[in-house]
Each structure stands twice: as structure tokens, then as C-alpha cells.
Design a binder for this molecule. Sequence first.
Ligand SMILES: C[S@@+](CC[C@H](N)C(=O)[O-])C[C@H]1O[C@@H](n2cnc3c(N)ncnc32)[C@H](O)[C@@H]1O
Length: 219
Amino acid sequence: MNEIKKGYEDSKNIKWWSEHYNEQKERQFIKKIIESIPDSGDKLLDIGCGIGMHSFIFKNLGKNVIALDYSKKMCDYAKNHYGLDVIRGDALKLPFTSEKFDITFTCGLSTIVGDEDIRIKSVREMRRITKKGGYIILSTPSDKSIYFKFKKDSLHHLDDRDEGILQKEKLDVISTIYWGILPGFMWKNLILRIMAKFLELFSRSRYIGIRKVVICRKK
Ligand SMILES: C[S@@+](CC[C@H](N)C(=O)[O-])C[C@H]1O[C@@H](n2cnc3c(N)ncnc32)[C@H](O)[C@@H]1O
């Protein structure tokens, strides 16, 4: 875990993340999430916000957002580049009182793609700070996606066992979305863009979409 944390303090990593995403595509992703929770409130926490692009989009779509990350460099970037309200903190010990947020969002958060005991601890912390009836949204790489089969990524992917853990922690899994194709650089070059456009036709399929997004509701 400490190795992961150290990695996110590297400026090269910030540069990579800032070039990794296509903002227009990420906007579609966030819009899809908001459409899936039409009755949610506005107060949203983005845990492990990274450079802050998702937080920024949520904010532009009307949410009242706090972005949180462990990495000082990521926090500085999110604050300076996107003008976000950013707090430096640990996902395993969130600096908030209980039941504060309507929506708790994470995308690629290290504590959710790590060991099972950490995953449970992290989910409990998210549950604590989320209001009753509020939503917890977990996005991780999709274990079924062909891309990750080839990439042989070593990170944990949310699987059926995790869904069991969520239910045990009194969270109802209300929907699962598969989303997106390959990283943002695919949209930069004409040939890659043509390939990306083709693959995008299938990006809602669990075998093509590279993200698995599990939307839960706190009972
Ligand atoms: C894979 S990046 C994803 C960033 C962003 N959510 C996105 O989708 O672009 C994971 C982020 O989680 C942060 N992180 C890792 N462990 C954390 C922890 N224990 N508490 C808070 N943030 C953490 C890292 O600093 C990094 O910015």
C-alpha cells in the first residue's frame, strides 16, 4: 500500500493521468452515473480523486463536491487546475462525521483494488460517511474485459465475492454498468480513433467495457 501511495507523489504520474483521459468521454461516463441515481442528493465525496477530472465534471453537472486524495501532488493539481475543494486524507480514515454525504464515489481507488481486509475496511468507512438511503459508487477495472485479459493487470477487480461483501455491509447493489474502451490516448491519433470508434459500439458490454461500476445504496 505504501508503494502505491508513493507512486502517486511522482510528477510523471500526474502528467500521465492528465494526458490519460479524454474529458468528453469522461463527461459521458459521469452523466451515465448521475442518470442512474436520479433521486440522489447533491453532496458528493470523490475518494482518491487523483487529478480531479471526475470531481470537476460532477461539479459542473450541479453536484456539491469535495475531492479527497492521499497524495499531496494530486491534491495540489486538483485544486490549482480544476479549482476544486480538495482535502488531503486517507480513504481508510476519512476526516468526516458520519452520514455526511449523499453520494460517495470512487474510481480506481487503491483501497478497493487491494487486499480483501483493506477492501472491507474501506467499504465500511464509505458506508459510515454516507447518509442512509445515499449511494456508494465503486468503479474498478472490469474483470471480464478482453483488454485486461491481455494486459494481465495484477490489480483486484470487483467480483461476485465483493458484491457479497457489499451486501454483508448492508449495502444494496442496485445496478452494475460496464463502461469505456481503452485509455484516452486512443482518441488522439486518427487510426487509433477509428479503432476506438468501432470498439466503442460494444463498450457497454461486460466483455469490452474496461470499467465495472457497481452502484450501491445504503440501507
Ligand atoms: C488510480 S488513481 C485514480 C484517480 C481518479 N479517481 C481517477 O479515476 O482518475 C488512484 C488515486 O487514489 C489515491 N489513493 C490511493 N490510496 C489512497 C488512500 N488510502 N486514501 C486516499 N487516496 C488514496 C491515489 O493517490 C490516486 O490519486
